[in-house]
Ligand binder design. Structure first.
Ligand code: MD3
Ligand code: FE
Length: 200
């Protein structure tokens, strides 16, 4: 498939067909029914605008006690298994033999965003992170390993996959905004981002 390389990120535009996207959304709905989306709160007490849940052995959570991976949802239950439709994309593009421990599910409603940050709660930064975009278009900003400096932005669209490995793994990144209602995939609008991660 065709691949774009920007600041060490490998971007696969339109990797998933429209049918595959519809199937994946159906699989995600089952996960969300079992493990409801919640608004994480940062350690400083700010509610994030993105709602989240997870599938896999671990899920990512944040509250006043900090950012971390947990074996259970805030409601106490174990996270659902990662759907095989999602694991198949990892097997295709990740380039690692490890299995992902976590599929973090981010839901962006109208006005939701995610500030520039690094993903540092995992044990082994030699393992890549893989992201799948579904639904509305999002402006993805890519920065540097150190704070500050120049950034580049790219629109991520439904069906796009991004792999962050090597030098890109510790770069700052974020979502400035979404174009609410730009995709017909989710009937009520919004954007789903899936990230697959090796945690321990
Ligand atoms: C670069 N999510 O969940 S995905 C996140 O679209 C996150 O919801 C954004 O950043 C989203 O942590 C961006 C692209 C992404 C994901 C993980 C990365 C880029 C990354 C990890 C390391 C470097
Ligand atoms: Fe991130």
């Amino acid at each position: 498939m065709n691949k774009l390389q920007i600041q060490g990120f490998d971007i696969y535009p339109d990797h998933l067909s429209p049918d595959a996207q519809v199937q994946m959304v159906a699989d995600i709905r089952k996960v969300v029914q079992a493990a409801p989306l919640f608004h994480p709160v940062t350690p400083r007490g700010q509610q994030m605008s993105v709602r989240m849940t997870s599938a896999g052995r671990f899920g990512w959570v944040s509250d006043r006690r900090g950012y971390r991976y947990e074996a259970t949802h805030p409601n106490g239950m174990e996270w659902p298994a990662i759907p095989s439709s999602i694991l198949a994309v990892w097997q295709d593009l990740s380039g690692t033999d490890r299995t992902p421990d976590c599929c973090l599910i981010n839901f962006y409603g109208e006005g939701a965003r995610m500030g520039l940050h690094q993903d540092k709660d995992e044990q082994d930064f030699s393992q890549p992170v893989l992201s799948i975009s579904l639904g509305d278009e999002a402006l993805f900003r890519m920065g540097n390993v150190e704070r500050g400096g120049a950034t580049r932005s790219v629109w991520l669209r439904s069906g796009d996959v991004v792999v962050m490995g090597g030098e890109a793994r510790l770069r700052h990144h974020g979502i400035d905004r979404i174009k609410f209602g730009s995709s017909p995939l989710l009937p009520n609008g919004g954007r789903i981002n899936l990230t697959l991660r090796v945690v321990d």
